[in-house]
Write a protein that binds this ligand. Structure first.
Ligand SMILES: NC(=O)c1ccc[n+]([C@@H]2O[C@H](COP(=O)([O-])OP(=O)(O)OC[C@H]3O[C@@H](n4cnc5c(N)ncnc54)[C@H](OP(=O)(O)O)[C@@H]3O)[C@@H](O)[C@H]2O)c1
Length: 238
């Protein structure tokens, strides 16, 4: 699709990958980029249009879809880790919050914006997923389960939105250098690199981004069974 002159909305666009994607879209010629944020005052780049958008709030989502009726690119980026919910300890309420943010939020946004995208010619829906769509993290079980669920949801949305000509892009990445992964000893790509890859995929009408070699290797290993998948690690081992 053509990025030049497009209008986009990015969730969680006040920092990290969301901010980088919003800025990359501006750099690629987007006419307007709405920056969704729980606290709009944290959007400080004045090239972006701040919008109050907690992705777990049905009211915020409905209001954003009514306001941003000119969008033709929606990027579901906002996400949370919830590592307090460990496999056998920690409240499962935290795990439920992760599912609300990483799965039901993007789903509700897709529902709210599907008619907007249709009215604007189809456009694109981008879901920022993870390599953990395929690779389980024992230390972050809610997170990896949420990304596996969000991958399946993304694939269903691609089928469901095909008839209105909406491109649905699933973005899979290993660790990215943001606040989110600051404590993780692993090789990381930059948020700017990932954002550029996302914009390129949109421009080339591609349905999937495999952002780094770890992610691509994980994807290939699926064919070798679960032992092959879990045999690959993104962590730096000393
Ligand atoms: N960093 C990585 O290693 C990595 C790798 C693969 C995939 N990802 C995915 O990339 C996406 C962005 O991650 P990041 O690395 O940029 O993380 P980050 O730096 O921690 O930023 C997370 C963003 O999501 C927002 N957010 C969280 N809950 C929200 C909610 N309920 N409603 C609206 N916004 C909410 C945060 O807003 P506040 O400022 O209000 O908290 C923030 O803008 C996530 O989906 C993550 O799973 C990250």
């Amino acid at each position: 699709m053509q990025i030049n002159g497009s209008v986009a909305l990015v969730t969680g666009a006040n920092r990290g990958i969301g901010l980088a994607v919003a800025q990359a879209l501006v750099a690629a010629g987007a006419a307007k980029v709405y920056a969704g944020a729980r606290r709009p005052e944290t959007v400080v780049d004045d090239r972006l249009v701040p919008v109050r958008l907690d992705v777990t709030s049905a009211e915020d989502i409905a209001a954003a879809a009514a306001l941003a009726e000119d969008v033709d690119i929606v990027v579901n980026n906002a996400g949370t880790g919830g590592i307090e919910a460990q496999l056998f300890t920690g409240s499962l309420d935290v795990a439920r919050e992760v599912m609300e943010t990483n799965v039901f939020g993007p789903w509700e946004i897709a529902r709210a914006f599907a008619p907007v995208l249709a009215a604007n010619g189809g456009g694109a829906l981008v879901n920022v997923l993870s390599s953990t769509s395929w690779w389980a993290m024992a230390g972050a079980p809610a997170y990896s389960a949420s990304k596996a669920a969000a991958w399946s949801l993304t694939n269903a949305l691609r089928l469901g939105l095909a008839k209105q000509n909406t491109l649905v892009v699933g973005v899979h990445s290993g660790f990215v250098d943001t606040d989110f992964s600051a404590a993780v000893p692993a090789d990381k790509i930059t948020a700017i690199d990932l954002a550029d890859q996302i914009v390129r995929a949109l421009a080339e009408d591609r349905t999937e981004v495999l952002a780094d070699e770890f992610t691509a290797a994980t994807r290939r290993a699926l064919a070798g069974g679960i032992e092959a998948v879990q045999g690959i690690t993104p962590y730096k081992v000393s």
